[in-house]
Design a protein. Structure first.
Length: 246
C-alpha cells in the first residue's frame, strides 16, 4: 500500500511540473503586441526587445539604414511574428546570432538606395557613402563581482570568443554552481575545457548574488573607426571664492 502511495505522489509531482512548464511556454505564446503603422522603427525595436529578452534572453538591435515608421499596423500579434512582418514590410533582413537579433539591410534595399544616390550632387553623395559604410556595434558590460568567487569558477577570461568563454570543468568551485550554467564542448566528465555562453555566466553570477551589473553601454561605429564609450554620472560640487560666494 505504501509503495502504491509513493508511486502515485511521484506521478502527481511529474504531472504538476510538466503542467507548470507548459503554462510558462503558453504564456510566451499567448503574449500579444499591438503597434500603430506610424510607430518609428527604433521605438518598435525597443518594444519588441522586451519580449525577446524575456523569452530568448536576446537583445534586439536595428543595424539597418532604415529610419522611418514600420508602415504596417500590428494588432494583437505574437512578438516574433510581428518582428518578421515588420522586416518583410520594409525589405529588411532579420539576423539571429549569439545573444542578439538584428535588423539589417537586404541586397534589394541597398540597390534602391544606390539608385537614389545617383541623383545626388558629388559632395552630398560622398557624405552619404561615408555614413553607409559598414558599421559595428560595440557592447560592454561593467560588472561588480566577488573576486574569489570568480576565481573559483575556473573561467579563462582570455578565451572570450564569439560570445563564449572557456571553463575548466574540474575547477574547485564546481559544487558551488547551483544555478543552470549550461556547458557545451568536449572533455571528460571530471576534467576538461568547456565553453559557456557569457550571458549565461553573467546571469549565474547574479543569481548566486556574487555580483551585479553596473552598466551595459553600447555604441555603433563605422568599420575601421575609433569608438569611445563613457559611462558615469554628473555630480555638481559647490565651490566658494575668497569672498564666500558660491
Amino acid at each position: 500500500m505504501m509503495h502504491k502511495l509513493i508511486t502515485t505522489l511521484v506521478c502527481l509531482s511529474l504531472f504538476a511540473g510538466g503542467w507548470l512548464f507548459a503554462q510558462n511556454n503558453l504564456q510566451y505564446e499567448t503574449e500579444k503586441v499591438s503597434m500603430s503603422e506610424q510607430t518609428h522603427i527604433n521605438n518598435a525595436v525597443r518594444i519588441l526587445e522586451h519580449f525577446s529578452l524575456e523569452e530568448d534572453g536576446k537583445k534586439l538591435i536595428n543595424l539597418s539604414s532604415y529610419n522611418s515608421s514600420i508602415n504596417i499596423p500590428i494588432k494583437e500579434m505574437q512578438w516574433r511574428k510581428a518582428l518578421e512582418l515588420i522586416a518583410l514590410q520594409n525589405k529588411l533582413l532579420l539576423e539571429e546570432g549569439v545573444g542578439y537579433l538584428a535588423l539589417k539591410d537586404t541586397d534589394e534595399s541597398i540597390v534602391e538606395a544606390a539608385q537614389e544616390m545617383e541623383d545626388l550632387d558629388p559632395e552630398t553623395k560622398q557624405l552619404v557613402e561615408e555614413a553607409l559604410t559598414k558599421q559595428v556595434r560595440i557592447k560592454a558590460v561593467a560588472m561588480l563581482a566577488d573576486r574569489s568567487y570568480l576565481k573559483n569558477l575556473g573561467i579563462d577570461w582570455s578565451s572570450v570568443f564569439n560570445g563564449k568563454v572557456s571553463v575548466n570543468a574540474g575547477f574547485a568551485g564546481a559544487p558551488q554552481l547551483t544555478s543552470p550554467l549550461t556547458l557545451s564542448g568536449s572533455g571528460t566528465a571530471d576534467v576538461g575545457n568547456y565553453s559557456v555562453d557569457i550571458n549565461t555566466l553573467i546571469r549565474t553570477i547574479e543569481t548566486n548574488q556574487k555580483g551585479s551589473i553596473l552598466a551595459e553601454p553600447s555604441i555603433l561605429v563605422s568599420s575601421g573607426k575609433t569608438g569611445r564609450i563613457q559611462v558615469g554620472q554628473d555630480i555638481s560640487i559647490k565651490t566658494a571664492d575668497e569672498a564666500g560666494n558660491t
